[in-house]
Design a protein around this ligand. Structure first.
Ligand code: SF4
Ligand code: SF4
Length: 320
């Protein structure tokens, strides 16, 4: 069974998030490859996808997918990412009493009564203790998010300022803006390159997604992290598929992954052996199917498995 690629009556946009738990398994490479064959793979009448780069601490998908000005892609929109507050002391009003510096638990106000932005947590205590109303709290700019036109369709991505926190909130921003971009253009799916690990940003990228594609490789650490990220997805009731990279690196561990998938009820979306085309694609700034078109059918087959899994889930939830 396959999912209908034509406009859906209920307007649902499916979100596929690509995760790995462990870094370095080829998550972004796989995401880029899938994005570049999506239109073909989704078939006649497909309206295409939006790509979301939720690896906001090290976003690099735009370097592979784009052609143009912003790191290789054409930036259509740039927006500030605002999160929390930052204290600002008005030197015209300040009488240098030092009360705020004494009260600040984060040592964020120096001897000259100036706020150190990198240490300020935005708690507002300084404003509370200041008797001459010299402190005001301002929205804190923590980075930017972008809507970019790539050669494979629109992409939403972001950049967190150095030292800035709250990447989970920025991930949520990228996801929300991606869905809005899909709605605005009548596109049917969001393909998300998720962050590494299993922390807050991963949870932000995973909750309420329709499916998680877990990229792994036959190594002990990758399998360990595969199981952890699958547990996380199961906790949030997000169905999973597994895609094995460099499957011929250790055939015994690759078999272990297959057995674990079968025993855990997790579908296998495919397996790729080590192929120099992956490295060649990175050197050329291309996706793998662009660097070696002979590999395109294998990635299209992954999409077929994803569509089938989505259709099964949708039927189970009476979504179609
Ligand atoms: S408490 Fe107010 S007046 Fe005193 S040093 Fe701080 S900002 Fe200046
Ligand atoms: S807002 Fe809080 S952390 Fe920031 S300077 Fe004021 S007291 Fe310190």
């Amino acid at each position: 069974m396959t999912i209908d690629a034509t406009p859906r009556t209920n307007g649902k946009i499916h979100e596929i998030v690509v995760l790995s738990g462990k870094g370095g398994t080829g998550k972004t490479t796989m995401t880029a490859a899938l994005a570049s064959v999506a239109k073909n793979a989704l078939g006649q009448g497909a309206r295409g996808i939006v790509v979301a780069d939720c690896d906001v601490d090290a976003a690099d998908l735009h370097l592979v997918l784009g052609q143009g000005s912003h790191g290789g892609a054409e930036t259509l929109e740039t927006h500030p990412f605002i999160s929390g507050d930052l204290a600002f002391i008005d030197p015209e009003r300040c009488v240098s009493c030092g009360e705020c510096a004494t009260a600040c638990r984060f040592d964020a106000i120096d001897a000259s009564c100036r706020v150190r932005p990198e240490l300020c947590e935005g708690c507002g205590v300084c404003r509370y203790v200041c008797t001459v109303d010299a402190v005001r709290m301002e929205p804190r700019r923590c980075g930017e998010w972008y809507l970019t036109e790539t050669r494979h369709g629109p992409m939403v991505h972001a950049r967190l300022d150095i030292g800035a926190e709250n990447s989970g909130k920025l991930v949520t921003t990228v996801r929300n803006r991606s869905r809005e971009a899909a709605e605005a253009r009548g596109l049917q799916m969001v393909l998300t390159d998720g962050p590494p690990g299993i922390g807050c940003p991963v949870i932000a990228s995973l909750t309420n997604a329709d499916l998680a594609l877990l990229i792994t490789e036959p190594t002990v650490t990758a399998i360990h992290d595969l199981k952890r990220v699958r547990s996380l997805a199961a906790h949030f009731k997000v169905p999973c598929l597994v895609l094995v990279n460099k499957a011929d690196l250790n055939p015994q561990l690759a078999d272990e992954i297959r057995v674990w998938c079968a025993e855990s009820g997790v579908g296998l979306a495919g397996a790729f052996g080590y192929d120099p085309a992956f490295t060649r694609a990175q050197v050329l700034g291309k996706t793998v199917p662009e660097a070696d078109p002979a590999l395109a059918p294998a990635f299209e087959a992954v999409w077929t498995t994803i569509r089938d899994a989505l259709a099964t889930e949708a039927l189970a939830q009476h979504d179609l």
